[in-house]
Design a protein around this ligand. Structure first.
Ligand code: MV4
Length: 456
């Protein structure tokens, strides 16, 4: 096992990784930007290195500085958390060349699955169902021709993309010539690569993802699903397991399919296979995430396993410690993401100083956060403040506990999404488990996202 690990991240996930390391008896090195001097990940690590000014480009994305910090402190491995350098093939390769273990997949795996068109092709060739569609198309003419064959509506996606950028839903033939160049321009601007592909557009699917894990001994397994259908602008707001839309049989089929895909690329470490699930129970590969995800605690609480400790163990060459019997979920787990955003101002990020902080507690309640009273939320990074993870023996119990936990969650000094989440978990469609990927946007346009007074 490693003696010392560098944590190349900030916020709640840096704390989460530091805790996992300390439980394994590993010393930790925090890196931080000048905006994060007062952050808890700096306080709770054994050593810390300032890696630059506040903008992420100059600090948390600054590869030479992070490698230098690892070399100076003698860290044997780097855990990238999520975001920042977590899915950067070049960073994983530089770690390798510097004889530092990157806690994650190999550079080749990141390259193949990081290109969404190539990932799609790879999964299709492994027998994983993909949405009817194309490889990268040469130009708008070829795109239109192929879209006609597929049948409208279609969706144009960026090969280099993921997470929604460079995406355009095209309702009919007439709109295609106008929307193709705008998607191309956005893909070029966002990723420096204008390559696009076309897929059949699924109407009102659910987002259901399977947690997978692979070790260096060739074992690949899955840990069940998370339903992440409640999203807004491609930001997940609430995740849960089991999915209200997944039967035991469907879980087995999706799990087996995810394992086939991950095993086919000899996947190493923690990964997530994202599927779109149609109303008729058919499911299709969407993309693979090659990192620990924000919502991993949902799976941790449902399974009782520590996914971050497991990442570190498999990076050190140990075999997976999880049992071989297939997972059947026990009880129900819901995660709510609390962000420093103002629902009354179109969910604009709202940095500031946290004056009061009282997280909820009680049976089945876990809060992953880096907040404390007096903490200054910097404007430079994502606005996640806390994750509320609530377990119950049934979905009803988890929902009731989530409602009360959100009522008892006090954060003052910055606007937060707590009130908005309270309204979601009281909505009858959510309570029935009848949501799809368009639910949150519709909920906001119905007026539920704003005006505290109107909700009472
Ligand atoms: C789709 C789709 C419908 N049909 N692809 C959104 C982010 C990116 N990962 C892919 N996304 C979608 N791809 C086809 N062929 C609908 C979405 C989508 C979506 C997916 C999951 C969660 C929320 C979403 C919100 C809007 C669109």
């Amino acid at each position: 096992m490693f003696r010392k690990v560098l944590v190349a991240n900030r916020g709640e996930i840096a704390l989460r990784v530091i805790r996992a390391c300390h439980e394994l008896g590993i010393r930790t090195v925090a890196v931080y930007s000048e905006a994060d001097r007062e952050s808890l990940h700096v306080r709770f690590s054994d050593e810390e290195v300032c890696i630059g000014p506040p903008p992420a480009r100059e600090s948390y994305l600054n590869i030479p500085r992070i490698i230098a910090a690892a070399e100076i402190t003698g860290a044997e491995a780097i855990h990238p958390g999520y975001g920042f350098l977590a899915e950067n093939a070049e960073f994983a390769e530089i770690c390798e060349r510097s004889s530092i273990v990157f806690v994650g997949p190999t550079p080749d795996q990141i390259r193949v699955m990081g290109d969404k068109a190539q990932g799609r092709r790879t999964m299709r060739d492994l027998g994983v169902p993909v949405i009817p569609g194309t490889d990268v198309v040469r130009d708008a003419d070829e795109g239109l021709q192929r879209a006609r064959e597929i049948g409208f509506p279609v969706i144009i996606k960026a090969a280099a993309g993921g997470g929604g950028k460079g995406m355009r839903v095209v309702p009919d033939e007439e709109s295609f010539p106008r929307l193709f160049p705008t998607a191309q321009g956005e893909a070029q601007a966002a990723f420096g690569d204008p390559s696009l592909y076309v897929e059949k557009y699924l109407v009102r699917p659910r987002h259901v993802e399977i947690q997978v894990f692979g070790d260096q001994h060739g074992r690949v397994m899955h840990l069940g699903e998370r339903d992440c259908s409640i999203q807004r602008r491609h930001q997940k707001l609430l995740e849960e397991t089991p999915s209200p839309a997944v039967t035991r049989e469907l879980r087995a089929a999706m799990g087996e399919t995810a394992v086939r895909g991950a095993a086919g690329i000899r996947y190493l470490g923690a990964g997530t296979i994202e599927f779109l699930l149609a109303a008729d129970g058919s499911f299709y590969f969407m993309e693979m995430n090659m990192r620990i995800q924000v919502e991993h605690p949902v799976t941790e609480v449902a399974t009782g396993f520590d996914l971050v400790k497991e990442q570190i163990r498999v990076a050190a060459g140990e075999p997976l410690s999880f049992p071989r019997t297939p997972m059947q979920p026990r009880g129900h787990v819901i995660e709510c993401r609390v962000n420093a955003e103002d629902p009354d101002r179109g969910f604009a990020p709202a940095p500031g100083t946290v004056t009061t902080f009282h997280p909820p507690g009680g049976p089945g309640v876990r809060v992953d956060t880096h907040l404390y009273a007096g903490y200054r939320v910097p404007p430079h990074y994502d606005s996640l403040l806390a994750k509320l993870i609530v377990a119950g023996s049934t979905r009803d119990e988890a929902v009731i506990r989530t409602r009360h936990a959100l009522e008892a969650f006090v954060i003052e000094g910055v606007p937060t999404t707590i009130g908005f989440l309270q309204r979601i978990v009281r909505d009858e469609r959510f309570v029935r488990g009848e949501v799809d990927t368009g639910f949150a946007e519709r909920f906001v346009s119905e007026g539920a996202g704003m005006q505290r007074a109107a909700a009472s």
